[in-house]
Design a protein around this ligand. Structure first.
Ligand SMILES: Nc1ncnc2c1ncn2[C@@H]1O[C@H](COP(=O)(O)OP(=O)(O)OP(=O)(O)O)[C@@H](O)[C@H]1O
Ligand SMILES: [Mg+2]
Length: 451
């Protein structure tokens, strides 16, 4: 008699094994493995063979294949269109993640309203809030329209039958973790549930050619809750960044099968919702309130230069020196501190060092290294830096200050915002109204820093 094939899956990380184990060898969670039933095993097999179900698809020379004609449509928000690479692609599946209260539902309801206003039929599925609650938000966002349909539902089968009942042009699922499928025994939000639901939504998006936006909760470490496979399955992954106490929110692309992930959408939260930010000038710092430990720099967010404030606190340590940073890479901070000890003889080993980037921005480029060093020196010496000066440069392990990309563009932005001086690694090609002081070595920064 043929032996029954079994498959167990970890509900915490999605690890699969044919043998039950008390502790998951992948994520070390105890008693997290559950046995998958026959349908689930078959589903997993199906999903891995999505494009090869019947064997009717035969391989063809690439020269004989016609490319897909991508026709995008505008979302009504210039910033969202920018992150998406030029607009919404029909049939695409987009995942939007972000911390609680950052504005995921607000943004998507506003987009839903914009599209409905543009004669598109939109379905907003909410498993988190009642229809009345969403209506309240829609009043605030001015998103009331007869073509915007609300469906407070958590059952996937009901959601799918609603999708098939009308010709929807755009669908929003708020959120993937609250939906559940009857076909899997696990609780909503579990690995198997999230995977099953995403697979079904992907199938429906591709077959009916409807763009679907899914909201995903994020875990403590900032990644989308659920299996990583979720990010692989969808076409586009966008994350909200920003401090929920400040009004600015950034929407960053992490994956885009239809465009680049270079651009960042910038929004402002106000009582009318999350709207495209008009101007970035002065949004991330207050020139009049700069104190010792603050240094300004210009970062490039996609094609846009933004002036931001780097804050440092250097305080005598009692015990082991602590190093912590928010919005800046901790390993990079440790490297810069080691460099300062070695090149400038600063006894930082006995000091705690904290770094914070204002406005909840996460710096993803090395051009802010010099500003971090300037902020540390300013806090260490308890001397204010000039509020007219900006710092630009990547610092290497040898203490050399390297050039940054788009220097001319960054200097132009400084000029329009009324800054006068910049400490830079190399002479800019184009002249600008900014007086540039060259510092190609970390030790030279000290000469210019308090000018
Ligand atoms: N009347 C209002 N005026 C201004 N801002 C408001 C108002 N009501 C709500 N907000 C803002 O909207 C935010 C809530 O946004 P939203 O519900 O879209 O977040 P979310 O990302 O969907 O959160 P969750 O993950 O909890 O669903 C609040 O944190 C608040 O900043
Ligand atoms: Mg929400």
């Amino acid at each position: 008699m043929a032996k029954k094939k079994t498959l167990f899956e970890c509900q915490a990380c999605g690890f699969q094994t044919p043998r039950w184990m008390g502790k998951c060898p992948s994520c070390n969670e105890w008693e997290s493995l559950i046995e998958l039933n026959k349908e689930q095993v078959r589903f997993l097999k199906d999903s891995s063979e999505i494009n090869n179900q019947t064997g009717s698809n035969k391989a063809k020379p690439i020269t004989d294949i016609n490319e897909d004609n991508i026709t995008r449509f505008a979302s009504g928000s210039k910033e969202l269109d920018l992150v998406l690479g030029g607009g919404i692609v029909p049939g695409s599946l987009t995942l939007i993640g972000g911390s609680p209260g950052i504005g995921k539902s607000t943004l998507l309801l506003k987009i839903a309203g914009n599209l409905a206003n543009n004669d598109k039929t939109v379905l907003y599925v909410s498993g988190e809030e009642s229809a009345g609650q969403i209506k309240l938000r829609a009043n605030r966002l001015d998103a009331n329209h007869t073509k915007l349909y609300l469906l407070p539902e958590i059952n996937l089968t009901s959601v799918l039958s609603e999708i098939q009942s009308k010709q929807y042009d755009f669908i929003i699922i708020d959120s993937i973790q609250t939906l559940y499928s009857d076909e899997t025994p696990s609780a909503p939000g579990s690995v198997t549930q999230v995977r099953t639901i995403t697979f079904e939504l992907m199938r429906i998006a591709k077959t009916l050619h409807i763009p679907i936006f899914i909201i995903g909760h994020i875990t403590k470490d900032g990644s989308i809750a659920g299996p990583r496979v979720l990010e692989h399955m969808v076409d586009i992954v966008l994350y909200f960044e920003g401090d929920s106490n400040s009004e600015l929110r950034l929407l960053r692309g992490f994956k885009n099968r239809f465009g680049s992930t270079n651009e960042v959408g910038i929004f402002e939260m106000n009582k009318h919702g999350l709207n495209d930010a008009k101007s970035m000038a002065g949004k991330f710092f207050d020139k009049d309130k700069l104190q010792s430990g603050s240094a300004l720099t210009v970062i490039m967010e996609g094609s846009r230069p933004i002036v931001i404030e780097v804050q440092a606190l250097v305080a005598e340590s009692y015990g082991n020196a602590k190093r912590s940073s928010t919005g800046f890479d901790n390993n990079r901070l440790n490297m810069l501190l080691a460099l300062l000890e070695k090149k400038l003889d600063l006894p930082l080993g006995t000091y705690d060092v904290y770094i914070n980037i204002s406005g909840g921005i996460k710096i993803n480029e090395p051009s802010a290294d010099l500003a971090v060093i300037a902020a540390i020196l300013s806090s260490y010496r308890d001397r204010e830096l000039s509020s007219e000066t900006l710092f630009l440069g990547e610092v290497s392990l040898t203490g050399e200050v390297r050039e940054v990309s788009g220097l001319t563009q960054r200097l132009k932005e400084m000029e329009t915002q009324g800054f006068k001086k910049a400490i830079v690694p190399a002479k800019p090609i184009e002249e600008s109204g900014i007086k540039c002081f060259l510092a190609d070595e970390v030790s030279k920064v000290v000469d210019w820093i308090f000018i």
